[in-house]
Design a protein around this ligand. Sequence first.
Ligand code: PLP
Length: 385
Amino acid sequence: MIATNTIVYLDNNSTTAIAPECMAAVAASLQDNFGNPSSKHRLGEAAKLKVLAARAQVAALVGATSPEIVFTSSGTEAIHHAILGALALCPDKSHIITSVVEHPSQLALLQHLEGQGKRITYLPVNTCGQLNFDDLSNAITSDTALISLMWANNETGALFPIAKAAQIAAEKGVLFHTDAVQAVGKVAIDLSQVPVDFLSLSGHKLHATKGIGALFVRKGRKLPPVLFGHQERGRRGGTENVPGIIALGVAAELAMTELKLQSEARVAALRDSLEQKILALFPWSSVNGAASERLAGTSSICFGGIDADLLITKLDKAEICVSAGAACTSTGTEPSHVLLAMGLSPEQAAATIRFSLSRYTKMEEIDRVIEVLPELIDNLLAEAA
Ligand code: PLP
């Protein structure tokens, strides 16, 4: 077993530690709520009530209503459901607009659809990782079935102005999906005010368990299922992951409290401190997307000509966990598509480390990084010389 209490965990965009409250709720659910929510007896009813309660908690976090939330197995499934469902809703249309910096879980599906004859427009971003809204408006045609843009970028934390993009889509009568996997629980989201049709989220990015996600489907949108079955009112087949759903509900409620307490401001202060100290220690380093509005806890830093993979290994030996770009895709050889799209060279992308904090991150942990980094970087520079 790995002793996690000494580990400095700054890889929260890859996955988060489960909140103690979620862990307790999962344990209680495994013990007491093992019934199938479809069963008509007391254990089934009890599980069904827990699922209902969690649905209301998740809905409240994003300003939705309970019937608008469909539980899925992951953010990936929610994204795929939204995209495939939107295409099924618009059988005469075959064009989708997205951006070049989307998560691989979305890009992989879009590339597959391209192979099947769909037309995909990948909007570019500027050096801050931001879209040009004229590009978005100009890309929309009468053949456009869906616009799908992420709320927050997993690598840089850059926030797309989703309210504005969704408004453009609504004015042109085009369906709009947002991958809000990295945003939910970290930025205030009120879907009663933002005209998105579909929104995807994932439990393990907000201190719930892995294997649970949700898709918001706006009332009135009859999104066909991808998995057929009677569960989720016919919208997503498969016996519900009751412990995961309960954990997501608790995580949503915790996140709401933290948003009200403005905990993200504290996280942003830690992130700023980390960045300022790194920039002071290594004046040749730079923060990717620094000029963009960003998630409070994400910092993507380019360490000049350093090999990020080697630095990650050295940091790991010092019990500090970070990522290079997105962990889901980092094979160690492919430069990040997000950083390349922002104009970084392959060398700069390969020299970039992503630090991602959470509300559990402490100042001592930032101090620990700052304490060990100079020696590790000196070693790397000496080894490379
Ligand atoms: N979208 C973004 C922006 C992500 O960061 C991730 C996971 O890293 C996903 C989608 C996929 O979510 P999941 O891991 O729940 O499938």
